[in-house]
Each structure stands twice: as C-alpha cells, then as structure tokens.
Design a protein around this ligand. Sequence first.
Ligand SMILES: [Fe+2]
Length: 308
Amino acid sequence: MNDILPSANASIPVPHTCMATSRITLPPLLVPRTLASQLLRLYDYPDPRRPGRIIKGYDCPHAVRTARMCAAVAARLGHSPARVKQYQIACLLHDLGRAGLDRRLFGRIWSWARAHGIPTRPREWRAVHPETRYGRETEAFVARYRTAMEGDGITLDSWACEQVEMRLGYARRLAARLRTMKPILRELGVTWAPWMGRVMLYYYYPEKLEGAQPWVRQLAEVLVACEQFEAYSNQRRGRDYYVRRREDLSEAFAYLHTLQREDIISRPVVRALRELAAEGAFDAVLAQARGRALTARERAYLRRTDEE
Ligand SMILES: [Fe+2]
C-alpha cells in the first residue's frame, strides 16, 4: 500500500523547474492511514480461475486521489467535518463494485461493445432498450449479444458475465460486495449509513438519488465531479481504458461542463472544484495521477480556472 499512501498527508517533492524542487501538498486524508489501507484491501478479490491468487484492486490510487479531492470540495461547500470524514470513507470505496476487474477481459468486452455502438452504462442501456426490466441490464446484454460475441472470440462464461455486471449491473454488484464487507467494516469501526452507498451509485444511476436530501445529492455530485476530474488526469486509465496519449486539463474541465449542462452536477460543485484547483490545492494530486509534474503552462491554466 505504500505507493498508494505515500506519506499520508505529507507533501511530495515535485520538480518545479529544471533546477529547483518545490514541495506541494496533497489534500488531506481525514481517516487514519491504517484504516485507509484496510479499506483499500477490501478491493482484493480471490481469482475464481486460479485458486490462491488474489486480484488486487485495479486502481486503488484513483480511489485515494478521488477521496482526497472529494473531502476538500465537500469541506469547501460547508459540509461538517464529521460528515466529510464519513463521506471520505464512501469515496475510498466508491469503485468497490469493480473488485475483481480483469483488465484484459473487461477491456475486450467493452471495446467490443463500443465498436458495435452498444450502450455501456445502465442508463444508456435503458434509453435504447426500454423493454429491459430495471436492474436486469446484464442479463439483457448477455442474451442479446452472446452469440455475436462468441463469433468474435469472446466467450461469455460466468467470469465474463461478472465483467459485464461491473458496468451494466453495477448497483447489484456493489450491493453484494458491500453486504459481504459489512462485518469487516464493523470490525474496522466504520458505521455504514445508507446514504454512503447511494452517493456511490449516482454516476451510473442518477435516478436512485431522486428525492434524496439536498446534501446527499450534493455529495453524490462532488464524487462524480472529482472522480471524472481524476480519471481525465489518470495516465494509467488513459492508457488502459481510453486509448489516450496524453492528459489534457482543458478536456477534464470541458467534461465537467458537459455534466453540468446535463444536470448531473450543479454549478456550485463545479465552482468549488475550480476554485480549489485555482488555489493549487490539487496540483499534487494531479501530478501524481499523471505521473509527472505539471508544466508551468498547465499550472497557469489551473490558476485561471476560477474564471467562469
Ligand atoms: Fe472511480
């Protein structure tokens, strides 16, 4: 876990110019370092194909960086310290429904789907296939495409269906993982509240937050905003998922504005994130996600982002 939690809340050295090194600080982890490591271990998943082998969480550093940014934005929006701490736990676990992700197989399935114009998210699936029973998107996908995929060399065995479930059945898989983990969470002293699970589902299932209290909805929006902001800066994900050659901050902000136009995230959330970025609060986290320091030009771009 040391690479994931390099030095709890400490600063990390980042080359500033060719001669000097400045130290910039990561937004804090509010939960104790040991607890954070134990929570991240919940992403470990026994490999059903190779007994004794554990599949490590695909992108725990993404979860940590997202959780750091989320807490900073939530605090900026005025949520109480106690709530923000609970929220950070939910953010650390927000991708738990992906525990067991088989990078190659997952990539093959979803590249195939994208190449065939097939929806890859539950709400997109339901828009195209309103006849599918709510929550049965995985079954509908498998029934519809099993033969075609097999023709293209992708066998939809139970392990492949799990990979489908990680996207199209995310709510069900997350609920199952959380159920399994409840006793461990209790042992770790974590009091799990239902809102924590709901904020984790918002990106794929915005309808599940209809009627939620405004503060729950806002925390859900913050998670979406920070998770996407991180993902757009995450070099590893860029390579593995998005066939991206370089990370571009303006694309990250453009996507946040798209989400704002679609009413997935609200203006105050985007504004708080932009303000913090402009103040330099996310420089370290972005440098870590990209695997390199921000250039002077990128820093200047971030400093400008407090302007609407
Ligand atoms: Fe995520």
